[in-house]
Design a protein around this ligand. Structure first.
Ligand code: UD1
Ligand code: CA
Length: 465
């Protein structure tokens, strides 16, 4: 049987009070609608049509070209939204999964279980339902005396008795495709919201004598429909728990899973230990046997095996194997560290490549530089890469020693094996194995300290007289 999917993503989401269209709000770093689309794709739906309206361009640019789109120019309700897919899917035979773009927690396994039940029952429609302690806002499942599903009543249209029902519509369904579009023709907007409800299709199909099935989810969290920021926070919390448990199951130690924040797309190797307060964002990929945190924020960062990163912020960076980063380092975009590199406390690296076994242990800024291997950059040494207008490059060869507090004024080339004396301000290129010193020669004046103090005391006495 051919499987198709329709994802509803045209609404604005007024209750979010946001400039961002609702279905694009991220949950664990990934837009809600992307979570939903991944779920239906994993359930092997051959065609997926996303209904877009508010922010259509933006939604399309986020989801890309792997799906089909139908435009719902005016948002007249979920039934009207599904109707927009009729020109594309109306002539298909098969099963159509309809899912809302604001229910990011629905699992693939759940969609598959729903499809299996649907087929087994020979149903025209199967609703994914949940039993909630607080069903406020959700459509209620109305069952007849034989406990079969009769219809769905929206919260705003409920009688007090109906409002007391705890079984709700999660907004995910599967339908016999032809019957779906045929029943949609009969949906009207005679209700408290003046909308064409998709949920009315259930009552219509039931009255026509079709079998309606309900598939109850085990985990009520899957039912969360994000209409406001409170639900968004709830969805985030549940998704975080799910993601963290997956990493734990695959061999990652989370010292305090409740205070570890890992985006949906992050990968982590086995035997890596994550300390609390760590935030791993975007496409961060961490190897095996690493130690990350506490209090570190890694965005789109690749970390090799066996690396330690403490109290550090990184973004669009690559770190090799066996490196030691932090505490309190800042790796900015374009940073590429080879294997066994040390970047210590209060060091900032930007758009720079640092070769293996090199060390930048304390209080340095390295920007727009290419640094060779086995280089030592002394405490407080910096590259001066910016003159207020232009960014310039610094090249440092292998085995270079840069003394403490050196200023390397770019553009600059320092040859392999060179030795930069501490405190130097280097403005000219240094050849291989040269020693460069650029500072005032020291003068010592024997016993002069006492003379200076006597003079200062006399000045103070004159002024207080
Ligand atoms: C809907 C269901 C409700 C269910 C709940 C589950 C209806 C009438 N109600 O209510 O039974 O319990 O979801 O979360 O279906 N959308 C469009 N075009 C529209 C209207 C909505 O594309 O014209 C999209 C929205 O972007 C959203 C989804 O459909 O992703 C659901 O719409 P929403 O307004 O959030 O419906 P609920 O009131 O939550
Ligand atoms: Ca909703």
């Amino acid at each position: 049987m051919k499987k198709m999917a329709i994802v509803l993503a045209a609404g604005q989401g007024k209750r979010m009070k946001s400039k961002l269209y609702k279905v694009l709000h991220p949950v664990c770093g990934k837009p809600m609608v992307s979570h939903v689309l991944d779920t239906v794709n994993r359930a092997a739906c051959e065609r997926s049509v996303v209904i877009i309206g508010h922010g259509a361009d933006v939604v399309q640019s986020v989801l890309g070209q792997s799906v089909e789109y139908a435009l719902q120019a005016q948002q007249l309700g979920t039934g009207h939204a599904v109707m927009q897919a009729k020109p594309m899917l109306g002539e298909e035979d098969g099963i159509t999964v309809v899912i809302c773009g604001d229910t990011p927690l629905v699992r693939t396994e759940t969609v598959e279980a729903m499809i299996t039940l649907h087929a087994r029952r020979g149903a025209a429609a199967t609703i994914l339902t949940a039993k909630l302690d607080n069903p406020t806002g959700y459509g209620r499942i109305i069952r007849g005396s034989d406990s079969g599903v009769l219809r769905i009543v929206e919260h705003k249209d409920c009688s007090p008795e109906e409002a007391a029902i705890r079984e709700i519509n999660t907004g995910t369904y599967c339908f016999d495709n032809r019957k779906l579009f045929q029943a949609l023709e009969q949906v009207t907007n005679q209700n408290n919201q003046g909308e064409y409800y998709l949920t009315d299709v259930i009552g219509i199909l039931q009255r026509e004598g079709n079998a309606i099935a309900a598939c109850l989810v085990d985990d009520p969290a899957e039912a969360i429909g994000v209409n406001d920021r409170i639900a968004l926070g709830e969805a985030e919390r549940h998704m975080r728990q799910r993601i963290n448990a997956q990493h734990q199951t695959s061999g990652v130690t989370l010292i305090d899973a409740e205070h570890t924040y890992i985006d949906a797309e992050v990968t982590i190797g086995a035997d890596t230990v994550i300390y609390p307060g760590t935030i791993l964002r975007g496409h961060t990929a961490i190897g095996e046997d690493c130690v990350v945190g506490p209090a570190s924020e890694l965005t789109n960062t690749i970390i090799g095996n066996g690396t330690t990163i403490r109290q550090t912020v990184t973004e669009d960076a690559e770190v090799g194997e066996g490196c030691n980063i932090g505490p309190f380092a800042f790796l900015r975009p374009g940073t590429k560290l080879g294997n066994h590199v040390k970047v210590g406390d209060f060091v900032e690296i930007k758009n720079s490549v640092i070769g293996e076994n090199s060390k930048v242990p304390h209080l340095s800024y390295v920007g727009d530089a290419v640094v060779g291997s086995n280089v030592n950059i002394g405490c407080g040494a910096i590259t001066a890469n910016y003159d207020g207008y232009n960014k310039s490059k610094t090249e440092i060869g292998d085995n270079v020693f840069v003394g403490s507090n050196a200023n390397l004024i770019a553009p600059l080339k320092i040859g392999s094996g060179a030795y930069i004396v501490a405190g130097s301000t280097i403005t000219q290129n240094v050849a291989d194995n040269d020693l460069a010193i650029a500072r005032e020669r020291q003068v010592n004046k024997p016993g002069y300290a006492e003379k200076i103090r006597a003079r200062a005391r006399a000045k103070k006495d004159r002024e207080t007289d």
